[in-house]
Design a protein around this ligand. Sequence first.
Ligand code: ZN
Ligand code: MN
Length: 480
Amino acid sequence: MAKTPSEYETVVGLEVHAQLLTLTKAFCGCATSFGDPPNTHTCPVCLGLPGTLPALNAEAVRMAVAAAVALGCGIQPTSIFARKNYFYPDLPKGYQISQYDKPLASHGALEIEAEGQTRRVGILRVHMEEDAGKNLHGMGGDSVVDLNRAGTPLIEIVGDPDLRSAAEAAEYLKRLREILMFIGVNDGNLEQGSFRCDANVSVRKLGQTRLGTRTELKNINSFRFVAEAIEIEAARQIALLEQGQAVRQQTRGYNAEKRETYLLRDKENEAGYRYFPEPDLPPLVLDSSLIAAITRSLPTLPAVRRHAMVHESGLAATTASVLTSHPSIAKLFEDAIAKFPQPVKVANFIQSEVLRDVTTTGLTAELPVCSDQVAEILQLVDDGTISGKQAKELYAAVRGTSASPSSVVAERGMSMVSDEAAILALAAKIVAQSPKQVAQYRAGKSNLLGYFVGQMMRETGGSANPALVNRALKQLLDGR
Ligand code: ZN
Ligand code: MN
């Protein structure tokens, strides 16, 4: 991977478009569902037919405000929708309804971990807008347009140019996506385009305070490629400057196969969009009680949960990070410790057993067990009914079912033999059957204890309480 020569620094600011998880579009009643046949979710409004009027989706507003609050932004009491005019086949009206000089929210921040330190990355603004449709190329040799996505509500989150490396950019995206998913406003699905990122990249000599000329990398659909594209673009700009050439303000794409960025177009300036206030929508006025209610309804953010997992529950930072990798996994953990309050045991069990059977698609997750089952299995181990080894077997038996672990233990006769008298009697039988081994053991071959333990386990099908087995055997063999 290309390295930044040490006398330069890379400056990155990210713009993220995140689809809001409303059931219907921003300004009409069409469904936002993904993957249906082209142009089956359209109406005169989102087709941009003359004479139609947009009507703002209240749920989209609620979600946009929730996201802005979670990102620490101030919400503007009045924001204004604006038309962003440009011509492109996937934009039926010839303009996108967006927000311009009076956005919904501004002045937020996101904390990221960079080289072991917490860094605050500014968020310039969060505004609402609608998505465009999708051009599909090569259908029978033609290009066609699918307008199912046209009019889907988006928030655009514009970050300050506070990021100093590709790794920091990737970390920022990860944290941003996580917050939006945890508050339930975005499904984080990069492949389906519901979380899309443009990166503004420039370089400058270390110590220089003025920003260099930036290029904008468009629509890169994985965090890894974003990081790669930023590094490669920074290296390209440094090479230009080193050759005495200027960086030109451009919009560029990234070719992951060739590992190079390429020119899409020379950057249009903002005047080209001829922004003006949307005459068909009134100003968006939000009273403070609504903002307060949305703020109160926000769930605990993932970074706060991680902090609690480490500092209150005593989990390792890496474990906390795994458990907050998806809202459903975090919820499983938190619900399970409410019923079985030994967080380290719950965390280890989820990490070592449950996680390998979890599949996630966006915000939905298929969990093999519920928190009741996790808590019950661990309780059965804790009270000595089953061994740790049997817990794995029990998990395998209940996963994917709604069976209660205790009833499975009863049905399968799994409960660990903890009857001291029965264990002592069995130990006596085994010791009596093995005079040769007893003699060797007593002559000093103490590792033969394992032989007797093995016999006990074979006789009981592995269900004898190991602590009691050891004690019984030692009592008989050592006479104490
Ligand atoms: Zn529609
Ligand atoms: Mn936008």
